[in-house]
Design a protein. Structure first.
Length: 396
């Protein structure tokens, strides 16, 4: 069926269900609730469909596109300082939508190889997925999507990373079966043809970009092509499209921070999309884009102020390597000698000389208390990053 928006609604099909657990391990009442066939979504093809959006939604999406382009251009001259910070902040916010939270210090430690905090490691995987999405933006196809997923989950879930699902999945209900789920995505045998159709839709150039990205994201989430990591991969796909079509060229606009402020409306918009109403997800992404640029500007302003303050407190001659370390810790607020050595192109054992002026000024604090394998943190930067995450997480 096609809705008034000219967009097809989901259908469903009956599929036989075979429980994975032996009957004797499951209560009789649970077996009864999950016996017999279940209904899986039949997702319509969209490659050749064009959405008919309300004029006010089209106008809002266009205004949001202009705002994104302005934000990207504003920071074009400061890419080296802020590109990685904004990318990491987007990855953190996208992870928070999935209830994966961690402090900035734990995330920075995970980037240096610590596996102590699992959530932090998951978020670092999301950073890798975002980077893969940008690196692969010039050629978005099924292999590129698989590569994003592999970057996301490769370290923690290598058994499923970078592979289409080979089983039925469902959202909500119980883990025993799909019969009482809120949503049952298409059967796994339909995933690859649907992804190929989605890629064909993504490569079109006759649909306004933000609307196209929102619809592609909603279609991806509806296909749900992986056992885990669909939301984070799907939001990385948005950034891949924005970069591919040239709306962003320098930095990652933290749209997930905007989505995070009202996740109920975001999830409701995905549900409306499946009912043949694409305008709500387009509107939500546009609104999130405005919130994202506001949050992003606040974070950048805070970091600029911190960096300017260091110019007054760090005692080092002009051109000294200490200033390069100052720029480094602005984007990587926990460092060790190996990190500094790699940045400066020197042996790690010689890094202490560059770190000392920052430690002496209180910019960096050594927190391990060790004689070897020491680490330093920039507390002001960590506080600013945690403040960004807390602000984004204040949901309406």
């Amino acid at each position: 069926m096609v809705s008034d928006a000219g967009w097809p609604q989901l259908d469903s099909e009956l599929r036989p269900w075979k429980p994975s657990l032996a009957p004797e391990l499951v209560a009789a009442s649970l077996r009864r609730r999950h016996s017999g066939s279940y209904r899986a979504a039949v997702v319509p093809l969209i490659a050749n469909r064009t959405p008919q959006l309300p004029t006010d939604v089209v106008a809002l999406a266009e205004q949001a596109s202009v705002e994104i382009a302005h934000f990207d251009a504003e920071l074009g001259a400061e890419v080296a300082l802020f590109a990685s910070v904004l990318l990491r902040s987007e990855a953190v916010s996208s992870s928070m939508i999935e209830d994966l939270t961690s402090g900035a210090n734990a995330i920075a430690l995970a980037e240096l190889g610590s596996t102590e905090k699992r959530n932090a490691s998951e978020i670092v995987g999301n950073v890798a997925a975002m980077r893969a999405a940008l690196d692969l933006a010039e050629h978005i196809d099924a292999d590129a999507i698989l590569a994003m997923h592999a970057a996301l989950l490769g370290d923690l879930h290598p058994d499923i990373a970078g592979r289409w699902r080979g089983e039925q999945v469902w959202i909500g209900g119980t883990s025993f079966g799909p019969h009482q789920a809120m949503f049952v995505p298409p059967h796994h045998e339909n995933v690859e043809p649907l992804i190929d159709d989605l890629v064909a839709f993504i490569t079109r150039t006759d649909i306004p970009l933000l609307a196209q990205a929102a619809i592609a994201h909603a279609q991806f989430e509806t296909i749900h092509p992986f056992p885990n990591g669909n939301g984070r991969t799907g939001r990385a796909l948005i950034h891949s499209m924005l970069r591919d079509h040239g709306l962003t060229q320098n930095v990652t606009v933290p749209v997930s921070a905007g989505l995070l402020t009202d996740t109920h409306t975001y999830f409701d918009a995905l549900t409306a999309y499946r009912e043949g109403e694409p305008s709500k997800i387009v509107q939500r992404l546009a609104e999130a884009s405005f919130e994202a640029t506001t949050n992003g500007r606040q974070l950048v302003a805070a970091l600029r102020e911190i960096r300017a303050g260091w110019n007054e407190t760090i005692k080092a001659r002009r051109g000294a390597s200490a200033w390069r370390v100052a720029d480094l810790v602005l984007r990587q607020p926990v460092i060790d000698a190996a990190t500094v050595g790699a940045e400066l192109g020197i042996a790690p054992q010689n890094a202490q000389r560059a770190i000392a002026p920052l430690a002496g000024a209180g910019v960096l604090t050594e927190f391990t208390g060790l004689r070897r394998n020491r680490m330093w943190q920039a507390r002001e930067v960590l506080t600013a990053l945690d403040g960004f995450a807390a602000h984004a997480g204040r949901r309406r």
